[in-house]
Write a protein that binds this ligand. Sequence first.
Ligand SMILES: N[C@@H](CCC(=O)N[C@@H](CS)C(=O)NCC(=O)O)C(=O)O
Length: 318
Amino acid sequence: MDKWNLGSNHHARLRVGQFPPPFRHCSRLRTIDLSPNKYRLWTLLCTNYSLTVLESFQLQIAQQSPQMATAFVKEVLPPALDSTSKPPPLFDGTTRLYICYMCPFAQRTWIARNYKGLQDKIELVPIDLQNRPTWYKEKVYPENKVPSLEHNNKVIGESLDLLEYIENHFEGPALLPNDPAKQQFAEELLSYSDTFNKTVYTSFKGDTVKEAGGAFDYLETALHKFDDGPFFLGQFSLVDIAYAPFIERFQIFFEDAFKYDITSGRPKLAAWIEELNKIDAYPQTKCEPKVLVEFYTKRFLGMWNLLIRSKVIYVVMC
Ligand SMILES: N[C@@H](CCC(=O)N[C@@H](CS)C(=O)NCC(=O)O)C(=O)O
């Protein structure tokens, strides 16, 4: 597709939080539909202000079929703050979500923020955990972990608590259903998520596929409970958000390290992953698979394995 031409059959739609800088605070503009001509104007405008916005916008559009009328722009992500970075103007009334791009716990809260369309209300503040700024522990969150949320002059942590906090304190589409049976199942699955993660992470030290298999089966069974949608409670909810970052990592790592497809023989889990990827709020929070595999291999299989896999040893020996 021509970089500057949307094509006569295409229309594009920008959403709040995805406008280029001069319009970012136009809260009255929730979405705007663009005809091909208007789109050309926008691309010129974007070029002046943010090439990244423009490029990801075009990438997204290029991926749409001509029939599809909607294209979403990826948020331009801020660089991670490290030990050399000054703190943001803390407790100035801005709501800030402190995350780390690689952290699955933080990713949960990031997905919820995106899904509720709070990109303009909750500022993302990524932290480099390997080279943490000292002010984070001293002035923001004494636990020194991510995620944490600075809101109304206080800081709250713990990803599962934060999911509920975001659901209860901010506007946007509901992430918990009213149905008491579904609410009860949500509680059950949210409290199982720690056990699930522990079981899978612990399995890396033993007979991984066998030990982790039961945990994946548990999810497969859970996905059969409600048949009014592909998600744990039928419709997309906090429960899906709680599991998504971990399943993302496990699927990639199991495939790479153990040649094991976690969706094999688990059709509901396969469908869940496929549907999850269609939720706009999620894909832009995902990690680069290569980075993830390297990180997990080093952490769970050891440095030696990483060197062999990265062919360093092979090259040295040949
Ligand atoms: N239970 C916490 C776990 C958060 C957590 O362990 N985050 C990691 C990054 S993935 C972290 O901040 N680690 C820093 C540290 O432990 O010093 C939650 O659910 O939010």
